[in-house]
Design a protein. Structure first.
Ligand SMILES: Cc1cc2nc3c(=O)[nH]c(=O)nc-3n(C[C@H](O)[C@H](O)[C@H](O)COP(=O)(O)OP(=O)(O)OC[C@H]3O[C@@H](n4cnc5c(N)ncnc54)[C@H](O)[C@@H]3O)c2cc1C
Length: 490
């Protein structure tokens, strides 16, 4: 048996889970995978640590594969675990399942557990429950220093640090961070428990996280009033009629760039014009916008890299918000619950900009204005929930390991400001732009490079695409006569 190659993965969300499971399954030689993750379970990460029963996946069960070669696994787990029995509301009339994110988390950690020790090759996955803070290279090995457990060593390092935890941005001020009436991170499990039923609540942002928060409050029969504001007043779109009306079938992501985009110049303006034209053409044939949009979404990973940087920036500045509301869709259960509360006047959505927040002893005073007005109207709330989305551009600032990697020149920021520059095989480019085969980056920190590697099937497919190249790198490592050093973990 050749010596096992050691792969250290920093971050233990769904990207790490998909990577570790696929690597164990694909490698013909033993690989020791160590996942450094401070959370109790590997796989859950930011999105699937949710505990609230109303926080569900935003697409049907069957699209959430973590290994594209085994797309039916989640369905099999769902049936074997008899999830329907404990979550009778997870199914739509046509039989689609919108799983609770907490159940997805359970599935993910079970999958990693099931691959902790692989009898076929002797590969293993283990979890070091800690935070990685820095890295150095000694004797050809990465040595990742953790906060409490000393160093973890490996021949390969994979960055799977995901999305930054939501935090307050302007016009919130520094002192607001410690105000218990302002919920900075609505993804923190159970943070909504402290909202009194009669509190006047302001939700800032109207995307899927806002829908989750409002769903929870509506379910609890919140009586204090809920106002949801966002600058553009846009809400995420519902699922397509095909998803909600036709019998469920195994979804397939398109891999070919649609002809109407391929024939357009490589500019976001030209692409969005071509997409609009295609939508009109389809509408004339009785079809809907989803049928034109989805094939484009599926190949963003192909379209985005050759796009010139100024075009990428133009998209991020002007079009992304519109892309997002069409791309991330509502779980129908939440959509129905909140729509009913809106009709009853228990929830209001408004297009408005948050200008000022003042924390007074008796209330949070908030200035809201319409897009055109210079000054706004003042309102009083008892609680404010920040649902303005994930600030992917700032992830590295608050993450000591990413900060350190940048400092020592082992990675460089993507010119869009989102994540890091990587090769087509997810190799990090160092400060000089040289790809490092033993340092890989997967998932959201590659969003600047690939556009949209954010949802589960897209991350799983990204891992699948880079695996042959990565396995080649591991193969050359295991052929080397390296001494098997002990991990310096207490
Ligand atoms: C609220 C929400 C709902 C979503 N719903 C869906 C959905 O329904 N369907 C879908 O397909 N996608 C969904 N997504 C998108 C997708 O699943 C996420 O993008 C996914 O969370 C990315 O996984 P990840 O493992 O890369 O990152 P994360 O989930 O962010 O996990 C990264 C992990 O890295 C750890 N970490 C970071 N830095 C360090 C460090 N220095 N040392 C050790 N550990 C570190 C963190 O603790 C974290 O657990 C959702 C995302 C969110 C935020």
């Amino acid at each position: 048996m050749p010596a096992a190659a050691r792969v250290v993965v920093v971050g233990g969300g769904v990207s790490a889970a998909s990577f570790a499971v696929q690597l164990v399954r694909s490698s013909l030689t033993p690989v020791d995978i160590t996942i450094i993750e401070p959370r109790e379970h590997v796989g859950r990460g930011l999105a699937y640590s949710a505990t609230d029963p109303d926080h569900r996946l935003n697409a049907p069960l069957d699209v959430h594969w973590i290994d594209p070669q085994r797309p039916l696994e989640l369905r099999q787990w769902f049936e074997a675990a008899n999830v329907l029995h404990r979550d009778t509301g997870c199914r739509t009339a046509n039989g689609q399942v919108f799983l609770r994110r907490s159940d997805m988390g359970e599935y993910l950690s079970a999958k990693v557990q099931a691959h902790a020790s692989d009898a076929r090759t002797g590969s293993s996955i283990r979890h070091v429950r800690d935070t990685a803070i820095s890295v150095r290279i000694r004797d050809g090995l990465y040595r990742v220093t953790t906060e409490h457990h000393g160093d973890v060593a490996g021949e390969m390092l994979v960055i799977a640090t995901g999305n930054p935890v939501p935090s307050l941005r302007a016009p919130f001020r520094e002192e607001h961070r410690s105000d218990p009436r302002i919920i900075a991170n609505p993804l923190e499990p159970d943070c909504l428990h402290r909202i009194p039923q009669t509190a006047r609540v302001l939700v800032v942002g109207s995307g899927l996280t806002a829908l989750d928060i409002v769903s929870t409050l509506v379910r609890r029969d919140h009586r204090g009033g809920i106002l949801v504001v966002s600058r553009r007043g846009l809400k995420p779109q519902p699922q397509s009629p095909e998803t909600l009306q036709a019998p469920p079938r195994l979804p397939v992501l398109t891999t070919d760039v649609p002809g109407f985009i391929e024939s357009a110049p490589t500019r976001v303006g030209a692409w969005s014009a071509a997409l609009r034209k295609e939508i009109l053409r389809m509408a004339a044939q009785g079809q809907n916008w989803y049928q034109a949009f989805d094939p484009v979404r599926d190949v963003v990973w192909k379209l985005w890299p050759p796009l010139p940087t100024p075009e990428k920036l133009r998209f991020l500045r002007r079009l992304r918000v519109f892309y997002d509301v069409h791309r991330f869709r509502t779980p129908p259960m939440n959509e129905a619950m909140v729509a009913e509360a809106e009709r009853e006047g228990r929830v209001h959505y408004e297009k408005a900009t948050l200008r000022t927040v003042e924390a007074h002893a008796d209330a949070l005073k908030v200035e809201l204005s319409s897009a055109t007005a210079d000054s706004g109207k003042w309102h009083e709330f008892d609680l404010v929930v920040n649902c303005t989305g994930l600030d992917s551009g700032s992830a590295w600032r608050s993450n000591p390991l990413l900060h350190n990697l940048l400092e020592i020149g082992m990675v460089r920021l993507h010119p869009t400001g989102i994540g890091f520059e990587v090769s087509e095989h997810c190799e990090a480019l160092d400060a000089a732009g040289v790809p490092l085969p033993t340092l890989r980056v997967i998932g959201p920190p590659t969003a600047g490079a690939f556009g949209d590697p954010v949802a589960i099937p897209f991350i799983a497919n990204q891992v699948r695409r880079m695996l042959p190249h990565l396995l080649g790198t591991l193969q050359s490592i295991s052929l080397k006569d390296h001494t098997h050093e002990q991990y310096s973990i207490e």
